[in-house]
Ligand binder design. Sequence first.
Ligand code: EPU
Length: 340
Amino acid sequence: MPLFLPQFNLQKFNTLAVPALAQYFVSVKSDDELREALAFARTENLPLLLLGGGSNIVLRDDFPGLVVHIKSQGREVVAENDDYVWLKVAAGENWHQLVEYSLDNALYGLENLSLIPGSVGAAPIQNIGAYGVEIKELVAELSALNIRSGLSVTFTNESCRFAYRDSIFKQALKDQYVITSVTFRLHKQPNLNLTYPALGAAFADIVEAEITPQQVSAAVIRIRQSKLPDPAIIPNVGSFFKNPVIAHTQFNNLKARHPDIVAYPVSENQIKLAAGWLIDKAGWRGKEVGGAVVHAQQALVLTNPLKVSGAAVLELAELIKQSVLEQFSVILEMEPRTYP
Ligand code: EPU
């Protein structure tokens, strides 16, 4: 039986370092322990918060329910052919340690996703992506436990309905499943993606055949460290907002007023704006309100150096949203999830 700890301080379990209390906290290392935790929540009628690395949540207040920390470990090759290896990884594994493990074992594809904080099981929920690659390109399938029935279900890549920072687990199946393992299809031969401009620039003078995935990983780590604060030093949850996708017609109006606006085409009709640029242009970069700070190197990141409450960070976020709406008529959507 896993140990249920009452009145547990979550400060070390969320990378924003918000000092909120969980009514109950439990760490689970296996599917059986997870089922026991879910049964406890059901019997006691407690709301659930499923926690991986805690790098994508904002605790607005104490959580009146059960926080389940997924700690399952393990990696296993489940299939292989001439081109690919299928690697099944437990949800509780650390994301960056998986990236390092894959590179050490000559398995490729995850290198652009180096140094992203968080756990393997949380990664598919928002289809983590960086430097030109999204996890949806590498997920073969995943296993998840139905919270109500306790039954395990396999989701194919297609049934996860991955999209930019999105999946079925944030939409139709929100709060209905716990991801317990993810099976990645990794390349045996390097399959580099250097489309992201700053990454391409890092290798401008080198012939692509001579670049290794390990070097790409090292370059991604350098670029991340130059812009993004290390949550272990300056508490943060990475991008606080999603990059908003708008219609070309609206974009043309904005572009006429702001010729330097940064955007990436998504489809024939839609374009994705750099939210960091909007927030920066609205004058927020480096600003502080109530202890929460807009990161000086990347305005899309809010930091919490004084470890103030989640509510204080959300107040700053709200001011930013208002100001971007007034100046650009664009609605910013938060990226991390808010609890309770
Ligand atoms: N920009 C500014 N001012 C700023 C910040 C950005 O002008 O203060 C401009 C930059 O100059 C650049 C553009 O905005 O031209 C985009 O900035 P950046 O390349 O840093 O990427 P991003 O679009 O802000 C996204 C992801 C990051 C990911 C990077 C790299 C989202 C919400 N964020 O950020 O993901 O690391 O691309 O691929 O899509 C995260 O999700 O937590 C995260 C860090």
